[in-house]
Design a protein around this ligand. Structure first.
Ligand SMILES: [Zn+2]
Length: 265
């Protein structure tokens, strides 16, 4: 794990990259901050987490770090020990953790709960949606540390790296670490309600777009041509044919639409 800092004093905000080793976008954003060393109005901690996995360009070495929290010093896996180390490093910080996916090109935010912090900060980020994981947070970083996760775009793409950079700057501006103003936007909020499982098969297909409502009777996915049809309406989130081993993604409900309050200046 690599830890650095911008500014002096004890940081209350942290930018976190490389929780998953096959998602290089956030690491580039952190490296850029380290190269440019912008003057900050409050100290910021910068963390590149899973260096061993990043080196090998794999999601993890032993197990998924974002399912391994809280971990422990004597955990049996590399990620179990890393989870514990990261919690110690981030204690007292609001963390901004960057990811990328195989399912959706447009950036969106993921939070544990729709907290005041999330309501205030996330509409100031260039994201299309906010997703509350609520019941599906077990083992994730934000089950232990106050965290805003962002999905920056498609894994390994240049656009995801550029998005990571824009998202980081917007976050640091929103929390008052970088000078300037952010642009607030309307933001739909979704809550995960179900995991959409997939059976072992040779070919997987997904017929729906993330964040676009699926109607009852709509076929939404197939394994070896075996069609899954919606019983209830839902919004697909993180759905992709091959992104995860056992699941297509998640079903969500739309719970809110945040609208920016008029500018206060
Ligand atoms: Zn990730």
């Amino acid at each position: 794990m690599r830890v650095a800092q911008l500014g002096s004093g004890t940081p209350e905000i942290a930018v976190v990259a490389g929780v998953h080793g096959d998602e290089p976008c956030g690491v580039r954003a952190v490296k850029r901050l380290l190269d440019e060393r912008p003057t900050v109005e409050r100290p910021v901690k910068l963390v590149v987490v899973n260096e061993a996995a990043l080196e090998r360009q794999v999601r993890f070495v032993d197990e998924d770090l974002n399912r391994a929290f809280p971990g422990g010093t004597d955990a049996e896996t590399h990620e179990g020990r890393l989870a514990h180390e990261l919690i110690e490093e981030l204690e007292g910080c609001l963390a901004f953790s960057m990811h990328s996916t195989q399912s959706h090109a447009e950036p969106f935010a993921i939070v544990n709960q729709l907290s005041e912090t999330a309501r205030e900060l996330v509409p100031q980020l260039p994201v299309a949606a906010m997703v509350e994981t609520s019941n599906f947070a077990e083992g994730r970083l934000f089950s232990e540390i106050d965290t805003i996760e962002v999905e920056c775009g498609l894994q390994g793409s240049e656009t995801a790296a550029q998005n990571a950079d824009r998202l980081t700057r917007a976050f640091l501006t929103a929390v008052g670490a970088l000078p300037g103003d952010t642009v607030a936007r309307d933001l739909p909020v979704y809550r995960l309600t179900d995991v959409i499982r997939k059976e072992r098969a040779d070919t997987y297909e997904v017929f729906v777009d993330n964040f676009a409502e699926v109607e009852p009777g709509d076929p939404f996915a197939a394994a070896d041509g075996d069609m899954q049809v919606a019983q209830e309406p839902f919004y697909p989130v993180l759905m992709s044919p091959n992104g995860y081993r056992n699941v297509f993604g998640y079903a969500a409900e739309k719970i809110d639409e945040l609208t920016p309050s008029p500018a206060a200046d």
